[in-house]
Write a protein that binds this ligand. Structure first.
Ligand code: PMP
Length: 432
């Protein structure tokens, strides 16, 4: 009668009822079809249930009122551009039916590409429309470039620690990942050189500006050196610049690509952090032949990126609204970082070491003494607060004593309360 089901390794269980008993769909999607059992694990997310919970990749829809999530680096609800989107749709959608709601060129809406190229030139990157490929999120870009350049077993270089999503993507493609240590000036480029001299990785993945998770910025000298190495060893660099426009300093940091004279840098930008991740619009800036080949490749996966999202962003760019929004976002996140630091000072033990960023959305913290992030996380969940544990960002098994807090994802009051709750969890773990 479909009331119980067996799971390999988990036993026989009474089924959870997702639908009413008399619903004809009651059990058809809950059992494991036999053809699935024979498949290899290739393409799995490579995170077990435990890690998925720990990493917050078990996304929940809508707010969970009790839980304060300092996990994801996303704009808080109040920073999402709802009113502006409503206005754009109300005022202009009728006149832009075809571009906003039809299929569009796989490379992306021409106008959007033009605006992006212009903005990149203002940031010192000499690109034009043919150098821009619009993507369904920079995650798609990592996957496309990865599939394009890698065969299973190939090596790639990443920073330690680095962005969790990139680790997952490269692993899912069968890559062998080599980690290069980082310090407060970003990747240890001196150590990279030794790796390149001995091995033949297919590319270097780096986050030079407001690194995820550490917040560091790659120093000018190391940027020069990194580009020299790319040239000498003929190896492409993927620059992931998700946070570069969220700076708190007077001067805007330049992308690494601004100094790329040989087309070795494949630059990924995204609107997920500066506007809204739900729009799923990002871009790749790269030499034209690379864009041409990746565009053909992309077409087989999604035909084209969400045209409505592209069109909305194009409208925001053409009126200059995005710059106003960015100015607000920078102020808001800097203020939230200050609040977070004050709350940490008040509620956490003194020995916690903080890596204070000059932009971005996250604060990297070394926990006091021998306190372990995993244990703290479990204690913190009981206090209804979450964050990312350091291990998730490490390909070398390190990071046990580190956590990453997002100061952008919640409103002001929740920052202080979230930090306070973590302080309570720390107290439970050890008396200091
Ligand atoms: N790169 C970095 C460094 C990120 O932090 C994120 C989002 N967490 C992404 C890429 C993915 O962004 P997108 O939504 O554009 O796929």
């Amino acid at each position: 009668e479909g009331l119980i089901e067996g799971h390999v390794g988990r036993g026989t269980l009474v089924k959870r009822a997702y639908f009413r008993q008399d619903d004809e769909y009651d059990y058809c999607e809950q059992t494991t079809p036999s053809w699935l059992l024979g498949l290899s694990a290739n393409g799995d997310s490579l995170l077990g249930q435990d890690e998925r919970t720990l990493s917050g990749t078990m996304f929940t829809e809508g707010p969970q009122p009790q839980m304060i999530s300092l996990s994801q680096s996303i704009p808080s609800a109040s920073m999402l551009p709802t009113e502006r989107i409503q206005q754009i749709i109300a005022e202009s959608l009728d006149g832009a039916r075809e571009s906003a709601l039809g299929y569009c060129p796989v490379e992306g809406l021409q106008m959007l590409r033009r605006h992006i190229a212009l903005r990149m030139r203002q940031r010192g990157v000499l690109v034009d429309v043919p150098n821009i490929l619009i993507l369904s999120g920079s995650t798609q870009g990592l996957g496309l470039i990865g599939r394009f350049l890698l065969s299973p077993g190939d090596e790639v270089v990443v920073e330690v620690p680095t962005y969790l999503g990139a680790i997952q993507t490269f692993r899912a493609l069968g890559a062998h990942i080599i980690g290069v240590p980082t310090d407060n000036e970003g990747m240890r480029v001196d150590m990279l050189e030794a790796i390149l001299a001995r091995r033949q990785p297919r590319f270097i993945y780096t986050l030079p500006t407001f690194q995820n998770p550490t917040g560091s910025v790659l120093s000018a000298e190391r940027r020069r050196r990194l580009l020299q190495l790319a040239k000498r060893y003929q190896i492409p660099i993927i620059e992931d610049d998700a946070y570069g426009e969220l700076y708190f300093t007077e001067q805007a940091p330049q992308p690494l690509k601004a100094q790329d004279r040989y087309g070795n840098v494949l630059y990924l930008g995204t609107y997920s952090k500066i506007l809204a991740p739900g729009l799923r619009v990002a871009w790749l800036a790269a030499p034209e032949p690379v864009i041409e080949r990746l565009a053909l490749y992309k077409q087989t996966f999604d035909m084209n990126t969400n045209a409505l999202g592209q069109w909305i962003i194009q409208e925001m760019l053409s009126t200059g609204w995005l710059d106003e929004h960015l100015a607000r976002a920078r102020k808001d996140y800097q203020h939230k970082l200050t609040l977070m630091l004050e709350a940490i000072e008040r509620y956490w033990p003194r020995e916690t070491r903080l890596y204070i960023p000059e932009g971005g959305m996250q604060l990297w913290c070394r926990l006091p003494g021998d306190m372990r992030a995993r244990q703290l996380f479990r204690e913190a969940l009981r206090e209804q607060v979450s964050f990312y544990i350091g291990e998730l960002f490490h390909v070398d098994g390190g990071g046990q004593h580190y956590i990453r807090l997002s100061f952008a994802s919640v409103e002001e009051q929740q920052i202080v309360e979230g930090v306070r709750r973590i302080g309570v969890a720390m107290k439970h773990l050890r008396a200091w």
